[in-house]
Design a protein around this ligand. Sequence first.
Ligand code: 26Q
Length: 797
Amino acid sequence: MDRTLQLKEGLNEYLQCSFAVDLDTANRRQIYEALLETVKKILAKDRYVFQKKVQEEEKKMVYYMSMEFLMGRSLKNNLFNLGLEKDTRNYLENHNVNLDDIYEMEPDAGLGNGGLGRLAACYLDALTTQNYPVTGFSILYEFGIFKQKIQDGWQMELPDEWLDMGEYTLLPRADEEVEVRFYGNTKEQWTDKGLKILHTNYYTVVAKPYDLLISGYQSKAVNTLRLWSAKAKTGFDMPLFSRGEYSKSSEGEAIAESISKVLYPADDNIEGKKLRIKQQYFFVSASLQQILKMHFEKYHTLDNLAKKAAIHINDTHPSLCIPELMRILMDEYEYQWDQAWDITVNTCAYTNHTIMSEALEKWSADLIHHILPRIYTIIQEINNRFIYERGQSAGSDMNKMSVIHNDTIRMANLCMIGSHSVNGVSKLHSDIIKQETFAAFDKIYPGKFTNVTNGIAPRRWLAEANPELTNYLTAVIGDGFLKDLSQLSKLNGYRDNEEVLKKLLEMKRQKKIQLAEFLQKQNNLVINPDSIFDVQVKRLHEYKRQLLNALHITYLYRKIKEEGMQITPRTFIFGAKASAGYYMAKQIISYICSLSELIEKDSQTAPFIKVVFIEDYKVTLAEKIIPAAEISEQISQAGKEASGTGNMKFMLNGAVTLGTMDGANVEIYEQVGADNIFIFGMSKEQVNQLAAEGYESIKYYREKEEIKKTIDFIRTTRMGGKEFIDIVNYLLHSDPYMNLADFESYVQKQHEVQEVYKNSRHFAQMMLSNIANAGIFSADRSTREYADRIWKIKPVE
Ligand code: 26Q
């Protein structure tokens, strides 16, 4: 049946059968539900056809394991991918319903903290668009990433109850429930088949699956993101209740269900929390049990698992895949260690997303032993065999490489040993993990390390976020670029075309006005679309150096006040969530808010500088903010940002990067050339050298006049009734990410930004170069590299 007709009929049927109304009498809530359910049904049918082909062709599958999938909204994305956006809009319009109003009712599926989770979401989009068979696995958190409220400059966290309105995107699959076992004891038992390990006295949690259907752009493929929800096996305890122990009677239930209650809102300072390890094992075990069961049903053996399945470990969070796969192979399918190990290593691949030592996962051996006794013995055995086989040749390197060390389990090491492929997420980052952080492993496993530079989904981040630019680009270079982003390079031929340059500026202005209108309406903020839109949106972290940006703004304020400096009006836009217990991060937010107030209240500075902190930054806001940006702030200390992906989204929308030589900024620089990017600050080598010499930030304060004046200004100014002594002390006596060392260079580059911006034709050329050379940052390219080089999978024809 024709897709449009299918949608119209489905919509009407749902309205009639569920609510006894039609399009003209239905309210928005009813239309919202009906539309989501109808789209889900269309996708489910396509899913059936696609799945059948995958089965018939005996395709190798990818299973992408990730604690986070930051999906954002799905309705618009699905309608766009299905080619139904326009028809649906018109159809609803005829019934006096605005499709955009319906979109706004959908909550973000905020099942992630930031970059890592959004990357996973972009990869599902890209893989599906290219007809690769993939299943994502994660947890159906009842509460996704918290809602951020800023109260008097201070971040507050509110629960995000996304399922209330988000459940219509999900397909419950109670038919595929599995059980996951915690606690208990292990017992060795000799049988006629050899030694068997028995796990006894365990506590069972039921994993109930819900599927989110993933559409691809102009593709027939529909994949799934399977999200597990935790349920107690023996829910409510009736005898306890009958005895009058009312609250105790549902305790068991509450303990089990806590596992999928909430996403840990931290991507830093990670602590080994019991619940977190339970979450990890819960979704890993449920997923692997299902994968192996399906595989065995189809092939009647697991000997060929590595040939037909690739299991991807997205950061160390799902690293228990390795011992869990070993457990199932040995304990449930009776494989011997060596063969099980062969299958495991050849099936698993691992991506590292961080080199910050405080973010590398370590778990107390006792804790794992207690919660996962069988898994613990397997990790011990992996470690023992590794030391036995490699100890002699590795020498003192073994101290760095062993999995168990000082009674802690190092998850990254487990992944290094238990995967056939290890990759970083940008050239620079991959070099660092290979040559520095994990160099000892590279020595013993030559060829295991590789790089796959991150990428972003061009459909969401260009076509859906910026239809104006997309339509214009289509008019100039044709519409091939959405499926093959490298075609954007055709735009390079228009660098001196006045009409095109003028149009690009016009498009940007249009997005700036739209953002201004949105912020006016939503947040009662007034911003000037004729000012430079200078944007830093990302998680709040010391290493990302939002503070450096704020220091520069403080400097500008001072210079206007003290010296009457003239500057081009600029709007500094911030958006950032801090993890709840991260004090310094919250202080920085508070400082930015106070600075904003100070400038706003001063008639001498208000016309030239505006600082806005947009609360509750999330995927849906990113889609509105990024297309309006002119300057993309990517100012992390060199060597600290593994890749960054926001940087790519900005570039694709014509913003010019102001950044350090860090992460994927390096590759953006390679693509656009020195003339189309603003690079400042120390290189990673210079950072290391300075650290080796002993970095003392106070020296910069003593020796550099502008730094001294700026910090003294913070020290002596009460802003919005607050003092920021902690920030002053931090900068003078610690400054672990060397804000002060890069300050001068940053200020100077910011000045250059302003001067270049004055020549709008020149700036338009920079914008053009950024768009034209963004092709390589498509998630289609990234996932093709994973498919060809790591997973060895082929698309369904
Ligand atoms: C681990 C254990 C306990 C609690 C929390 C965590 C945890 C959760 C999330 C640790 C790390 C994260 C997230 C990391 C992350 O988002 N990394 C980013 O990944 C992006 C995609 O590769 C890169 O572009 C960014 O540079 C990197 O910071």
